[in-house]
Design a protein around this ligand. Structure first.
Ligand code: TXA
Ligand code: MG
Length: 336
């Protein structure tokens, strides 16, 4: 086996990656949020290969990445004023808009829905790739996060290689992602804009531009599940623990010979604990940037459980709380 090719994102490598995309190959590339697994969005067979590589169900829609905000007109048949305002405010950047699809957009991209997800990323390597791709006649690059279905998103080229191995031809290495969690997704498919996923653009900033909060699904505080057994194998079960009891809980479990790994934020490692302990940054942006690498590292510690110190119940932590809820609930309906 040759193994995946991780290449530094030099101009020559980016140009070659753009040609590979136009030829129907898969290319993993960095964005400011997480790494994406890209395919020519106009080539349904190439898009189908994304699903095979990720082992993801084929009816899940993928986001189309565009070089320029103006390109939205090639993919959406309608851009409501609120969507246009958000695009002006946050593109290029970590925002995805779900808009009524143009006639040519394939079911492979939309999962058969009448709407398409669009994003103009700000990462310089992503932009260079998208521009080189456009110069070759390409219109957009379909890309979900470049992880195995059900796993946390990758924030380094190494994470992509660890997850996808030979299933991806080229991985462009642009260093660790700056935002670290996925884009904020706002849908304009109903009468009112809807928040589908909190993410890299804060909800308060979305609300400021829209003149009010989008309606949204309930992304409230995750609750710690009662039993470790409710989680699915093989990944280490993870649960949230209040800061006030984390230290005691860790020592108690260690005494019972349970191997635990810990993602702490404010709590200091007890002297008597010698397992895997990750001290996460205190501020929400830095915490988000660090989160997926931390979860991967703790998962590799081969513990019986990962204990995660709960984070503040505050709007600034909304996107992080959403990701922690997924990591701890074993939610399997949105592990794209
Ligand atoms: O930050 C991001 O958004 C990253 C980078 C690579 O751009 N991408 C990403 O893609 O997170 P993915 O596929 O892992 O998650 C995208 C989510 C999925 O839950 C998918 O169902 C939803 O967006 N989505 C995409 N297109 C959609 C559509 N047309 N309608 C509704 N939901 C859509
Ligand atoms: Mg994903």
């Amino acid at each position: 086996m040759s193994g995946p090719r991780i290449v530094a994102a030099t101009p020559a490598a980016v140009a070659e990656a753009a040609r590979a995309l136009r030829a129907g190959d898969l290319v993993a590339f960095p964005t400011e949020t997480v790494y994406g697994l890209g395919a020519d969005a106009d080539d349904p067979r190439a898009v189908a290969r994304i699903f095979a590589a990720k082992r993801r169900p084929a009816d899940h829609p993928v986001i189309v990445h565009l070089a320029e905000p103006e390109d939205v007109g090639a993919w959406a048949r309608e851009v409501p004023p609120g969507a246009a305002a958000l695009a002006r405010a946050f593109w290029p950047g970590p925002l995805t808009l779900i808009l009524p699809r143009a006639a040519h957009v394939s079911d492979a991209v939309t999962g058969g829905q009448d709407a398409v997800g669009l994003r103009v990323p700000s990462h310089p390597v992503a932009r260079a790739l998208l521009r080189a791709f456009a110069a070759l006649g390409g219109r957009g690059v379909a890309a979900p996060s470049a992880n195995r279905f059900g796993h946390v998103s990758p924030t380094t080229a190494r994470h992509v290689a660890d997850d996808l191995g030979d299933a991806v031809g080229t991985i462009l290495d642009g260093g660790p992602c700056d935002v670290g969690i996925e884009s904020t997704i706002v849908a304009f498919t109903a009468a009112l804009p809807t928040l589908l996923r909190p993410g890299g653009v804060a909800l308060r900033d979305i609300a400021r531009v829209l003149g009010g909060e989008p309606s949204g699904r309930d992304v409230r505080a995750p609750r710690a599940p009662g039993s470790l057994a409710s989680h699915y194998a093989p990944r280490t079960p993870a649960l949230l623990v209040a800061p006030g009891v984390l230290g005691a809980e860790v020592l108690q479990l260690a005494e019972r010979d349970e191997r635990v790994a810990v993602l702490a934020r404010t709590v200091a490692q007890p002297a008597a604990f010698d397992g895997a302990w990750h001290a996460a940054p205190r501020a929400p942006e830095a915490y988000a940037r660090d989160l997926y690498a931390a979860l991967r590292a703790l998962d590799a510690a081969d513990a019986d459980a990962i204990l995660i110190e709960d984070v503040p119940d505050d709007p600034a932590w909304l996107a992080v709380r959403d990701r922690l809820a997924r990591a701890t609930h074993g939610v399997d309906d949105d592990r794209d």
